[in-house]
Design a protein around this ligand. Sequence first.
Ligand SMILES: Nc1ncnc2c1ncn2[C@@H]1O[C@H](COP(=O)(O)OP(=O)(O)OP(=O)(O)O)[C@@H](O)[C@H]1O
Ligand SMILES: [Mg+2]
Length: 301
Amino acid sequence: MSESVKKDELRARLERLVEDARRDGRLAELEQIFRSLTTVPDTAASTGEMPMRFGMVGDSAPMQAVFKLLERVVESDVSVLVHGETGTGKELVAQALHKYGHRKAKPFLAENCAAVPANLLESELFGHKKGSFTGAIADRPGHFVAADGGTVFLDEIGDMPLAMQSKLLRVLQDGEVRAVGANTSKKVDVRVVAATNKDLVAMCKAGTFREDLYFRLNVVTITLPPLRERKGDIAHLTQFFLKKIGAEMNKQVAVTPEALIVLEGWKWPGNVRELDNVLRRAAVFAREAIRPEDIGPPIVP
Ligand SMILES: Nc1ncnc2c1ncn2[C@@H]1O[C@H](COP(=O)(O)OP(=O)(O)OP(=O)(O)O)[C@@H](O)[C@H]1O
Ligand SMILES: [Mg+2]
């Protein structure tokens, strides 16, 4: 029996149990048990129970596959492309590749390729010489030089302009960078991790992403499953976030079985980030434990 089938069956049994308890007037007792399970006290033993690997919560089959892949590539220097919908944990994976690998003592520098204007991206990544453009008042190393020995994370790589893609490809091929306005290159040793929620294969076909760069970046692809395809992780993530939110708000908040069933039924277009936000809002309204009425309406019902 596959893990997801087992989890579905367990969930169905839990739903039946809640129904029975409500009918028999024992819902409060069930809630009490659940509260004890989901309110995480500050003990080492309880944190030991949290299914967490590489700093990420989860034990669903799709997340186990992610962890297995991480295990195999974390110590290597191969380029990794992290793919997944918004809020699925792409940045966490990029950080894990750095933090749990042999480069951890060196810098991890991230650049959001969608947020930086095209003309500044080259200088951000490769650096510039003083006077190479208006405003370049001093020499500045780019991320590839500053992160030497470490990791450069290229977030939203699908938004990198084509001209910049060619320059990046050259750096990846040669292992050396040339700052804007410089006439010599510098050897660098960085691991590159890129992330996107775009379909880069389709973009290659459409001519908006360089195929040769795609193959360079995509030595290994780690695809993060959307939250709706790993509903079994929702209870663990809820427990994880409530512990964090509780500490921030100085208030212990649990979740009722009924509220958890509601959360497990949502589609979560914003994935794990959305779950965090929903719990944060619900925790404000909740007294001891979050009830269905403390949770706002889903964005997509
Ligand atoms: N498995 C997980 N365990 C714990 N926290 C998680 C997990 N996945 C994601 N998060 C948390 O959810 C939030 C969103 O994660 P992250 O920023 O890595 O997503 P993303 O895929 O990069 O999203 P976007 O595409 O919008 O940039 C972060 O606060 C992150 O810490
Ligand atoms: Mg991100």
